[in-house]
Design a protein around this ligand. Structure first.
Ligand SMILES: NC(=O)c1ccc[n+]([C@@H]2O[C@H](COP(=O)([O-])OP(=O)(O)OC[C@H]3O[C@@H](n4cnc5c(N)ncnc54)[C@H](OP(=O)(O)O)[C@@H]3O)[C@@H](O)[C@H]2O)c1
Length: 322
């Protein structure tokens, strides 16, 4: 089969589109013929050796796939060849065929677009877990989302609206702010004078929940814009800068800094994760959330597509198709 291979931790242009052995199936393994493969910012960190996890090289990157079951191992009880499924293999998804454990595989409704299914996993999964379990976002609260046109950001905007919040979306261009508005943001802002703008937008109260996948100076603005009892969610550092946190601000303003790590959550709390995905798919089927799929690209072009994500040039979800 064809796959994208990282021979070593290296810049994205060293990724190879090449022949690679099909995954072997046995025991609880489900082999999926890929229809859609999600591109995620962490994939770019992983192949460059900049991610928390460092797999042995060479490896096939990619953490999200949707498609049809091609074969199952002898211990698999819940799936059969032909079933439409999606799942998170950890790595190995940038390939024509992908092995998933049965526990990491979920059934898809027949009519559900594979690209949308990919978006619902890491992007919506992270935002949903962050807003529901980590922030306990309440109806009527003010939610501020940075990077509000990105994969996690646009999901946070939509989920924030489903949960009944007033949503402020922050993004760096008119085009990106239009996407945030389209996703349901009540107010959209740029990053300039963010602290003053948030003060104005919230009538001086500050934001109850902040969702930050960006870090850097924008995080600094959030640390000074939180409401009493607020929750500042640490999602990621797409700006490239891991900020320092002046802990006195948490004391004086009476808010909490809350870390979010979706991958670990899915392994540590599999039942809550399964319930979350069920809720997301239910909202999707009712039309309450709708992934923004920016484009579908050839698997062979993975390096270029991932490069665009890493260079702030992407909006919504980008998908590879074998
Ligand atoms: N904690 C977790 O469990 C978890 C899960 C998924 C992702 N993440 C992390 O969250 C971050 C965002 O992921 P994502 O999937 O939302 O990525 P994404 O789709 O690429 O969106 C990231 C957003 O960050 C903003 N940004 C600001 N400076 C940037 C820069 N120098 N380069 C690229 N983007 C920049 C961009 O919006 P503007 O141009 O509008 O600022 C962009 O839309 C990443 O660091 C990722 O590793 C964490």
């Amino acid at each position: 089969m064809k796959a994208i291979v990282a021979r070593d931790f290296a810049p994205l242009d060293k990724l190879e589109y090449t022949d690679w052995p099909e995954p072997k199936i046995s025991g609880d393994t489900v082999l999926v013929e890929a229809e859609a493969i999600g591109v995620n910012y962490p994939d770019g960190l992983l192949v460059q050796g900049l991610y928390q996890m460092k797999p042995p090289t060479p490896f096939v990157p990619g953490m999200e796939v949707a498609g049809r079951v091609a074969a199952v191992g002898d211990k698999v009880t819940g799936f059969k060849p032909g079933d439409r499924v999606a799942g998170m293999p950890g790595i190995g998804a940038y390939a024509e065929k992908v092995a998933l454990t049965e526990a990491a595989t979920m059934k898809l409704p027949e009519g559900m677009d594979g690209a949308d299914a990919c978006a619902l996993m890491c992007g919506y999964g992270t935002s949903h877990h962050a807003l529901k379990q980590r922030a306990n976002l309440q109806t009527g609260e003010i939610l501020c989302v940075l990077g509000a046109s990105g994969a996690t950001g646009v999901a946070a905007v939509q989920i924030g609206k489903v949960l009944g919040a007033t949503v402020i979306g922050v993004a760096s261009s008119e085009e990106k702010r239009a996407i945030a508005r389209e996703a349901g943001a009540d107010i959209v802002l740029g990053y300039d004078n963010l602290r003053d703008e948030l003060k104005k937008a919230t009538g001086g109260k500050g934001v109850d929940v902040a969702f930050d996948p960006v870090g850097g100076e924008a995080f600094d603005a959030l640390t000074r814009s939180m409401a009493w009892n607020g929750r500042l969610l640490v999602i990621g550092f797409a700006s490239g800068t891991i900020p320092k946190f002046p802990i006195n601000l948490a004391l004086v303003k009476g808010y909490s800094l809350v870390g979010v790590f979706w991958g670990t959550f899915t392994r540590n709390e599999p039942q809550v994760y399964a319930d979350n995905m069920k809720e997301l798919i239910g909202w999707y089927m009712k039309g309450k959330i709708k992934p923004v799929i920016e484009g579908r690209y050839k698997l062979a072009d993975a390096a270029t597509v991932l490069g665009r994500v890493m260079a702030r040039g992407a909006t919504g979800k980008l998908i590879l198709t074998p």
